[in-house]
Design a protein around this ligand. Structure first.
Ligand SMILES: [Zn+2]
Length: 303
């Protein structure tokens, strides 16, 4: 056993040296072999943390004022105290147990307990879990823009950017679908219900017969709770800063809103049937701005 342990240590050191050779700008890749994996529980134990939250997509480890967020799909990212550190590499799931590369221990440890510099205070880490629903997907393209881009693609691009911003703030974020997947409407809301989400945000883009119709609308269900109304107002106010025309908060019994038991909103980001809106919504820099605004609205609601 002792010899095996030594071999393991030597292998780990070699891995670190190899990672170090790649220069300071590159993130050390997770060194993974079939035998060098560890369960996330064991990973947490080795780091002096405990598993605080998890679902199919991520695990949150906390302890001693540190938060480690690991996305448990292959090549998902991991974050320490809101800072992206690298890729988790290979992930193996056996029943309920998730195995990740043992080398994550040495990749995470140096980032734990980093003191917060008083001159640059870090944003407050919020607790909570948000479900982001990129509308449509796969065989259901949604509407198509005047320039030929599918709504499902724009929805996903913006949703992913919103999720990344919220994750950096330490929030647990669940996406209802992956890029090329479709999830049934009831299942989307059910994800939020099951996770007892603080907020469900469905992301869509609109279409109208008139090419002049433009602007964003935030929808809530007819019987929306006070929390849903407040979330819609916060998101609408933040989105108005993007320069998109503000069509206000409206009520409509969309299936995902009606099926959600907790606070839920549906954002129509703009009209893909309008040339100006369409060009903005498919532009990556504008998507960044829009995603930042939606995330700000969500964070305002959670404060
Ligand atoms: Zn749609």
């Amino acid at each position: 056993m002792r010899t095996r342990t030594k071999i393991k240590i030597v292998a780990a050191l070699l891995a670190l040296v190899a990672a170090g050779c790649q220069g300071p700008q590159t993130t050390a890749p997770a060194v993974v072999t079939r035998d060098h994996t560890t369960s996330v529980e064991e990973l947490a134990r080795q780091l002096g943390l405990s598993v605080e939250d998890r679902d199919d997509a991520f695990v949150v480890l906390r302890g001693g004022g540190n938060t480690v967020l690991i996305f448990t799909h292959s090549d998902g990212r991991f974050f320490v105290n809101g800072k992206p550190i690298g890729s988790v590499g290979m992930v193996r799931k056996v029943g309920q147990t998730v195995y990740v590369a043992e080398s994550l221990v040495s990749q995470i440890r140096p980032h734990l307990g980093a003191p917060i510099t008083p001159s640059r205070p870090q944003p407050r880490v919020l607790r909570g879990n948000i479900v982001i629903d990129p509308g449509h997907g796969a065989h259901d393209p949604g509407t198509t823009s005047v320039t030929g881009v599918h709504e499902k693609t724009i929805n996903y691009d913006v949703a992913e950017k919103v999720a990344a911003i919220l994750e950096r703030r330490g929030l647990g974020v669940t996406m209802t679908r992956q890029r090329n997947e479709y999830t049934e409407l009831e299942a989307r809301a059910e994800i939020a219900n099951r996770r007892n989400a603080d907020l469900f945000v469905s992301i869509h883009a609109d279409s109208a017969p008139s090419p002049s119709a433009q602007g964003f609308t935030v929808y809530i269900a007819n019987a929306a709770s006070a929390d849903s109304q407040r979330a819609a107002r916060d998101i609408s106010r933040a989105m108005a800063t993007t320069g998109l025309e503000n069509r206000g908060v409206r009520r409509e019994d969309y299936r995902v809103l009606r099926t959600s038991r907790g606070p839920a909103v549906l954002v129509e980001m703009g009209y893909l049937s309008n040339r100006q809106d369409a060009l903005r919504l498919q532009d990556s820099a504008f998507q960044d701005k829009l995603a930042a605004a939606i995330a700000t609205g969500i964070l305002d609601y959670l404060q």
